[in-house]
Design a protein around this ligand. Structure first.
Ligand SMILES: [Zn+2]
Length: 211
């Protein structure tokens, strides 16, 4: 799995054994901020992030410079900003059931990286994901839900272990981002780095897959 992740993170560039070495400074700062925020989240029930009227006014007037894009599942047990102790203007969030990358999701990531200068993109799955669980079962759905299950089943293949399937689904979404020519170019210019993680809905821990 780690080898697979490194291959994806290299985005066609030279593969490296320690992905941290290739993170540029801004992406590294963002990653450290997310790791520290998650560490704090696990030890307190209060999110001390800034939610002030001054900050609302400031960001409304001056715009946003999010520290990271996070693509995650819509599951209500994944309270994203709280998980990282983040406040207004800090995270550019894209959510759908199963943390998948459709055309609209891809465009949203490209927008944040290209136009807002966001230096880090985190693809985050989670434990006990209902979408992955449904994809592992023989259930047949209709409409948009059928499309979600089809995408996840393609990502996980014959895998039967839910935990491994959640990782595979997350890496599949990350690989889809990696096929974006816009993101490839920005990555090669050193303007964006990528990370993958799985959030444990029981412990609150974000397990970064490259660590
Ligand atoms: Zn889920």
């Amino acid at each position: 799995m780690k080898q697979e992740l490194n291959a994806i993170l290299s985005f066609g560039a030279q593969a490296v054994s320690n992905t941290k070495n290739v993170f540029d400074e801004a992406a590294g700062v963002s990653l450290d901020r997310l790791i520290q925020g998650n560490s704090n989240y696990k030890s307190t029930s209060v999110n001390p992030a800034k939610l002030t009227s001054e900050l609302r006014e400031n960001t409304a007037i001056n715009g946003q410079t999010p520290l990271a894009v996070v693509v995650c599942c819509s599951d209500s047990r994944v309270p994203l900003e709280h998980i990282f102790h983040a406040g207004i203007g800090e995270l550019f969030v894209i959510r759908n059931a199963g943390n998948l990358i459709s055309t609209f999701d891809l465009g949203s990531v490209e927008y944040a990286v290209e136009h807002l200068g966001t230096p880090l993109v985190l693809l985050m799955g989670h434990t006990n994901c209902g979408a992955v669980g449904a994809a592992l079962s023989p259930v047949q759905e209709k409409g948009g839900l059928a499309a979600i299950l089809s995408e996840i089943r393609a990502a996980i293949g014959p895998e039967l272990d839910p935990r491994i399937a959640e990782e595979k689904n997350t890496l599949h979404a990350l690989a889809t981002l990696g096929r974006s020519p816009i993101l490839q170019e920005l990555h090669q210019q050193g303007k964006v780095e990528f990370a993958a993680a799985v959030y444990n809905i029981q412990t609150g821990h974000v397990d970064f897959l490259q660590e």
